[in-house]
Design a protein around this ligand. Structure first.
Ligand SMILES: Cc1cc2nc3c(=O)[nH]c(=O)nc-3n(C[C@H](O)[C@H](O)[C@H](O)COP(=O)(O)OP(=O)(O)OC[C@H]3O[C@@H](n4cnc5c(N)ncnc54)[C@H](O)[C@@H]3O)c2cc1C
Length: 629
């Protein structure tokens, strides 16, 4: 019997489990929490009487490996597309400048007219992406030694406003500053988003349990047939505490688990109730836990067996704050896009779930506007780590489990964050649902950060131990940036390594690499547009000087941009406000080196969407993945 032990039921562990079960392996999946999903978790919390998640997640177009799984587990219709990032300046909800699909060329003109930043700086922002994409692949090891900000400011055309725009988008999305983030990682992300930029990303239209993790878990459980030995087993509340190699240090012999009473990722007060030793000497083992967990597990005998894992100590992870803000009223005019609180402390964005989650809309009585429910993500909460996340009244109090809030004399992270939110949105203390509103920072299980120089330190899938493989978004993989797709690919890489070793005749596990445009194209564009970049720089400098002489100069520019955009529009082929995106995304043509017989290699799949989400269309009459022939 081919058995695999996977520790960590995040996206990486779940992806590996799925592909190995398909190839006949028996899989035991250990997880410290009561629920699966890792950073994509969603669980029912009795205290707040809500489903709690750690913020919203964006699923870009080019997550081919994730979308393949999404299709297989039947959740493709659970997503809704988004094209814009918006910026909220002060409390000006009437005026929300936007960047549309900011990584790609299609909305270039539309963005110039968007007022997200002055036009010359927006041009420089986009030109600097071309410049980054013009860097040849063989320079990547060098690029990993530069920060994004270092790369940008080494360019003679760069302006501070354009560099700040990169910083805002990077910091709010990946929780690290552009002066710390690796230019190589940024380039990798931009090269894929640039190629598949419309729509830039999708959002889950419901909670992550029902819309994502439950169907995924059910698919794994479907490999258990009645009356037969179980092929898949989930072991929740098992926290790996020790990795014990054999005497010769050639393989992992045993894993030791603490049996815990509550989910450690979301409860500081968890306790060990028992311990359990599992013999894995005949198993293949995948460690799909966080880098923080690996640091804790690196005892002297484990380090002795796999010394290169010691490099994990260099890797850094960042906490992120997520405020789940339930109101007792409806706020009108909120955008339905991810929106940046421009200039706010803690690098904050928000998303209105009232307009996103289908269930919320359905529950609202006819004619009544639903009470607003927002998610606010705080990408930089390091300064809040020394204060408690939140305080609640104790059990038995007349306001049992309600938040204790004193916004004039804040002592908790949620109070500081709420004060910031209230400067931008029309929310008062009396509007807040004190029971359901909650704040957490993923301390202990932080997100791996693509810091400068981290690539070389990241572990490979393979280890010197003959039965141990590594998975998790921080393990080296083609996606590089710490993302859902990176986690999926790392899981597939580990599963494929095990398949190749232990079931060489089983079908290979495909990892799909999205295409990207060649650097030569961007080198040509960079040269051709260099005079424009120089002019934009001069224009931006003029703005700094002339801006002092009142708003007439600004108004004149706005008129000029509007006229220029109008004149150029017919040549850009894309209308300024397309009612809907109407595909097709031809995945088959966009994916290289698909193994023969892979589902996506059998014919193009066309995706159209309307207000209700995705509708699938068969492309050329051939069999489409997931359909019965
Ligand atoms: C707030 C936030 C927003 C994000 N937004 C996006 C986004 O918009 N788009 C995007 O692509 N990515 C986003 N990410 C990143 C993405 O969520 C992660 O890269 C991905 O989920 C990581 O998956 P993983 O399987 O590698 O790790 P994890 O999800 O961390 O899974 C590791 C699992 O191991 C378990 N574990 C840890 N230690 C032990 C132990 N000792 N014993 C047993 N189990 C253990 C953990 O409980 C967890 O379930 C975001 C992350 C955060 C935190």
């Amino acid at each position: 019997m081919k058995t695999v032990t996977i520790v960590g039921a995040g996206v990486a562990g779940m992806s590996a489990a799925l592909r190995l079960l398909e190839r006949g392996f028996h899989v035991t999946l250990y997880e410290q929490d009561e629920f699966v999903g890792g950073m994509l978790h969603s669980y029912w919390d009795e205290v707040t009487r809500t489903r709690r998640e750690h913020s919203y997640h964006m699923f870009p177009n080019f997550y081919f490996n994730f979308w393949t799984i999404a299709e297989q587990i039947g959740i493709k219709n659970n997503f809704t597309p988004r094209e814009a990032f918006r910026f909220l300046r002060g409390d000006e909800l009437d005026r929300l400048p936007a960047m549309f699909n900011p990584s790609g060329p299609q909305d270039f003109l539309r963005n110039m007219d968007s007022e997200a930043a002055p036009a010359p700086d927006l041009f420089i922002y986009m030109y600097s992406m071309i410049d980054m994409l013009a860097e040849p692949e063989h320079q990547h090891d060098l690029l990993d030694k530069y920060s994004v900000n270092g790369f940008l400011h080494s360019r003679p055309y760069m302006t501070r406003t354009a560099a700040d725009l990169h910083q805002t988008l990077w910091e709010t999305v990946w929780a690290i500053s552009s002066y710390q983030a690796s230019a190589k990682s940024y380039r990798t992300f931009v090269k894929y988003t640039n190629r598949y930029s419309v729509p830039e990303f999708f959002l889950l239209a419901g909670n992550k349990w029902e819309y994502l993790m439950e169907p995924w878990l059910k698919t794994l459980e479907s490999f258990n047939e009645p009356g037969k030995e179980k092929r898949f087993e989930l072991m929740p509340l098992h926290r790996l505490s020790k990795v014990l190699p054999n005497e010769k240090r050639t393989k992992i012999a045993k894993l030791e688990f603490d049996i815990v009473n509550r989910s450690p990722s979301v409860n500081d007060s968890w306790k060990t109730t028992d311990t359990k030793e599992v013999d894995v000497s005949h198993d293949s083992v995948i460690l799909a836990v966080t880098p923080g967990a690996i640091k804790r597990l690196l005892t002297d005998e484990f380090y002795d067996a796999a010394p290169h894992l010691g490099e994990v100590q260099y890797l850094e992870a960042e906490p992120m704050g997520a405020l789940q803000l339930y109101l007792n009223c409806h706020i009108a005019k909120l955008p339905k896009d991810v929106t940046d609180f421009e200039g706010a402390k803690y690098y904050m964005t928000f998303l209105d779930y009232t307009q996103l989650w289908r269930d919320i809309r359905h529950d609202t009585p006819a004619g009544q506007k639903p009470n607003t429910f927002l998610y606010v993500t705080c990408s930089d909460v390091v300064s809040l780590l020394s204060v408690p996340a939140e305080k609640r009244h104790p059990k038995g109090h007349k306001h049992e489990y309600e938040l204790i809030l004193d916004l004039d004399h804040p002592t908790t992270a949620i109070e500081y964050v709420l004060r910031e939110v209230m400067q931008h949105l029309p929310v008062e203390l009396k509007d807040i649902d004190l029971r359901k509103t909650a704040f957490d920072m993923n301390t202990g299980e932080e997100l791996f950060a693509n810091m400068v120089g981290s690539w070389e330190r990241r572990p490979d899938t393979e280890t010197p131990l003959e039965n141990l493989w590594m998975a998790g978004t921080y393990v080296k993989n083609l996606m590089d940036v710490s993302t859902i797709e990176g986690a999926v690919i790392s899981g597939l890489n580990a599963a494929e390594a095990i398949r190749a070793r232990r079931a060489p005749r089983a079908e290979p596990i495909a990892v799909l690499e999205p295409e990207s445009f060649p650097p030569e194209l961007f080198q040509a564009l960079k040269l051709a547009w260099a005079p424009l970049a120089a002019s934009a720089k001069l224009w931006s400098e003029a703005n700094t000087t002339m801006g002092r002489y009142g708003s007439g100069w600004e108004e004149m520019q706005r008129k000029f941009i509007k006229a220029a955009v109008k004149a150029l529009q017919p040549f850009m082929g894309r209308k300024p406000n397309p009612p809907q995106y109407l595909g097709p995304i031809n995945w088959t043509n966009s994916v290289r080196n698909l193994p023969k017989g892979h589902p996506l290699a059998t014919g193009p799949i066309y995706w159209n969407y309307d207000d209700k989400g995705f509708r699938k269309h068969k492309g050329d009459g051939k069999k489409v993945y997931g359909e019965k022939s």
